[in-house]
Design a protein around this ligand. Structure first.
Ligand code: HDE
Length: 711
């Protein structure tokens, strides 16, 4: 066997690799950075008790100097994130399409690190803003790191990377005063997109509930661009990557988002952290849409245009593997902040296309990381380090952590025995897919990129009634914040090219005229997979990990609480008893009930459902408490499951849920549009529990008359 064909040794697991650099403090002593032990870190060294600090206090100087340099530049986009480790495993070999090693063997799992993020906000901004979410995955494969740096929308705002700085400048806070933070609801964003029809399709996604994920665990991911898989015969296949969460794709509503942003700005981060901490590991299925090379020109859009999807009805998404996130980072900065994703981190079997957005990204990520992570050696940071061996002649630079013995750091060399040697293309070397490229040197986009309205219309046509209402409301909110009337009008005119009904509804809300002239023709095409209301593609119908608030006061039926707790826990939901105060409550039968949280420290927007057990004194106390009534009203308004047992329904009656039928005398259980009421005997018999869990699992019930509810 020649040295070129030496087998690649099995790499360590990523966690094994990280273990030696995990710096545990237990049982250690405080030292300087060079290991000298320190006996006092509270008093600087002074000339006399009231005298000046001395230059020779090396501990003081080192401590302050390090502190002075603790901050690094935040990412110019995607500054705020949350990360987790996990594993990916393919369902079956994909050898027919790709030689990528991590997609060959269903018995072998590949470690991953995933970072979810918002895009526009600064590092300290709120999670529940209206924004695209980043979904970036680093696969630590045996052949090197592969990064799938995606978003939770399948399309992007611009077609060519050269427009990216303009887009980002438009959406970021405005230059004179750095206002507003993490919002697109301001003049410069709408000025830009209204002048830029290629953005319209992605803006439709942004105005939809897709921009308000309930959880990073309930959010899809997309590679966005068309990439290329390459098999061992060098044959290429176009591919679009999809992540589908096993818990289904679910969103918040806008009013809720704004409230959560104040109540718990870390809502999505906390949710991810807590779920992993409690062993509810988020899972996502990787899917691919495969297009044979010869079909490149089969579509009425260009595969290289990142403002377009391939509708799933035309090319189905084929599930190819599953990812589980099962470990929180130990240190946010070291791992989630210092992780460096790059679209050009590829492995043999995965290649690029000429998508001009992707081509630009392949330049941008390394460039930005050189400054953000302080020089060219950031791949040596523990979270970035591949598990595959790395060897080359790159040397020195800031933060060099490796010692390279030997005389030669160049190729070719004879003094170092010719090492590191070049790999054989047949033995795991990356070989770029061969493609003939010729053409004139021009700054021009292909005509095949010219249709900016067709898929925006497809998206609109595919929405259910409530999704359309939410989109119209979002446009009205956002444009209602725009001061310049011309920008408002121009946006409405653009909407007229998508759908005249949409344009008219938005126009009315923001006080500008609807577009004039003959309405653009709506092509009438739909893609059912795009709707969040579509059970087949986007729902999971599980109550697992859903958070349920049980409202209680002194005199509550302890039996109801116990039965609810047991049944919901069996369904995997998380139940918390909220009382008027922390501590304990007395139950109707003379027992004691622990309160998980005082009602005033929480709010309905931090739960997926609100339940009211029976118990005359408890219900009377809650009915007299504006805060308790607000929990019920607000949950109802946001389309959530609201439930009550026995006289608990009196609290619902007191609030007044318009048009909803509640259980009365003689009714066992009544389930009306997510409001579940019934007799205490039904909960004991389990009859109440099935509709309750269904109502929670359905996520939201927007077929209610909730507008008149003040909450
Ligand atoms: Fe990014 N993007 N991007 N982007 N992007 C960055 O890289 C850029 C685009 C995405 O959690 C930056 O290290 C350009 C599309 C994610 O660390 C930067 C263009 C998609 C993340 C950058 C795009 C993404 C980034 C900022 C237009 C979805 C966060 C800091 C061509 C497919 C990764 C950094 C993480 C981060 C550039 C467009 C996803 C500046 C030039 C399209 C998920 O390099």
């Amino acid at each position: 066997m020649s040295a070129h064909e030496a087998p690649v040794p099995d790499p360590p697991d990523k966690q094994e690799q990280l273990d030696p650099v995990r710096d545990h403090a237990e049982g250690t002593h405080l030292t300087t950075n060079t290991g000298t032990r320190i006996d006092d870190t509270d008093n600087s060294l002074r000339a006399g008790e009231r005298g000046p600090t001395l230059m020779e206090d090396f501990h003081f100087r080192e401590k302050i100097t390090h502190f002075d340099h603790e901050r690094i530049p935040e990412r110019v986009v995607h500054a705020r994130g949350a990360g987790a480790y996990g594993h990916f495993r393919p369902y079956a070999s994909l050898a027919e399409f790709t030689k990528a090693d991590f997609l060959q063997d269903p018995e072998r799992s590949t470690p991953v690190f995933v970072r979810f993020s918002t895009v526009a906000g600064s590092r300290g901004s709120a999670d529940t803003v209206r924004d695209v979410r980043g979904f970036a995955t680093k696969f630590y494969t045996r052949e090197g790191n592969y990064d799938l740096v995606g978003n939770n929308f399948p399309v992007f705002f611009v077609q060519d990377a050269i427009k990216f700085p303009d887009f980002v400048h438009a959406v970021k806070p405005e230059p004179p005063n750095e206002i507003p933070q993490a919002q697109s609801a301001h003049d410069t964003f709408w000025d830009f997109v209204s002048l830029q029809p290629e953005s319209l399709h992605t803006v439709m996604w942004l105005m939809s509930d897709r921009a308000l994920p309930r959880s990073y665990r309930m959010m899809q991911g997309f590679g966005v661009h068309t990439f290329r898989l390459v098999n061992e015969h060098g044959q290429g296949t176009f591919v679009k990557f999809h992540w589908k969460p096993l818990l289904g794709t679910h969103s918040l509503v806008w009013d809720e988002c704004q409230k959560v942003a104040g109540r718990d700005p870390d809502y999505n981060r906390r949710d991810l952290w807590d779920a992993i901490d409690q062993g509810d590991f988020p899972e996502y299925e990787l899917g691919v849409q495969l297009v044979p090379q010869e079909d490149e020109f089969r579509f009425d859009f260009d595969l290289l245009d990142a403002t377009k999807i391939i509708p799933e009805e035309i090319v189905p998404v084929r599930p190819v593997g599953r990812m589980v996130l099962d470990r929180n980072p130990d240190n946010y900065f070291a791992e989630t902040e210092q992780v460096a994703f790059h679209t050009a981190h590829v492995v043999p079997g995965i290649d690029f296309t000429n998508d001009p957005l992707l081509q630009g990204r392949n330049f941008s990520y390394l460039d930005t990381q050189l400054i953000r992570l302080g020089g060219p050696n950031f791949q040596q940071l523990p979270v970035n380090r591949p598990v595959a061996e790395t060897r080359n002649n790159q040397r020195d630079g800031y933060g060099q952590h490796r010692i390279h013995p030997g005389q030669s750091s160049y190729a070719p060399n004879s003094l170092g025995g010719g090492c590191p040697m070049l790999a054989d293309p047949d033995a795991g070397a990356y070989v770029h897919h061969q493609e003939r490229v010729d053409g004139a040197r021009i700054r021009r986009r292909s005509d095949s990129f010219a249709d900016h309205y067709g898929q925006a219309t497809l998206f609109w046509n595919s929405m259910s009634g409530w999704e359309r209402e939410h989109i119209v409301a979002a446009y009205r909110f956002e444009l209602g914040k725009v001061v310049d009337r011309t920008v408002r009008r121009r946006t409405v005119e653009q909407l007229g090219h998508i759908d005249i009904g949409l344009a008219a509804a938005v126009a009315e809300g923001i006080g500008v005229p609807a577009p004039e002239g003959p309405p653009a023709e709506n092509h009438g095409r739909r893609s059912a997979a795009l709707s969040l209301a579509n059970r087949a593609t986007n729902r999971a119908d599980s109550a697992a990990t859903r958070r349920v608030a049980v409202l209680a006061a002194d005199g509550v039926s302890g039996g109801h609480v116990t039965a609810l707790r047991r049944a919901l826990a069996e369904a995997g939901a998380i139940v918390e008893v909220l009382g008027p105060h922390d501590g304990e409550l007395g139950t109707a039968d003379g027992g004691r009930l622990g309160v998980d949280r005082a009602m005033n420290t929480m709010t309905s927007v931090l739960y997926d459902a609100v339940c009211v057990p029976g118990g005359a004194a408890s219900v009377a106390a809650l009915a007299g408490d504006g805060l308790a009534r607000h929990y019920v009203a607000e949950a109802f308004k946001h389309g959530k499951c609201v439930a009550a047992l026995d006289d608990g329904a009196d609290l619902l009656r007191r609030v007044g849920l318009p048009g909803v039928r509640l259980a009365g005398p003689g009714d066992e259980v009544v389930h009306d549009r997510g409001v579940v009421t019934g007799a205490g005997t039904a909960v004991a018999a389990g009859d109440f529990v099935t509709p309750l869990i269904e109502a929670i699992a359905a996520h939201r019930h927007f077929d209610r008359d909730a507008d008149q509810i003040a909450a």
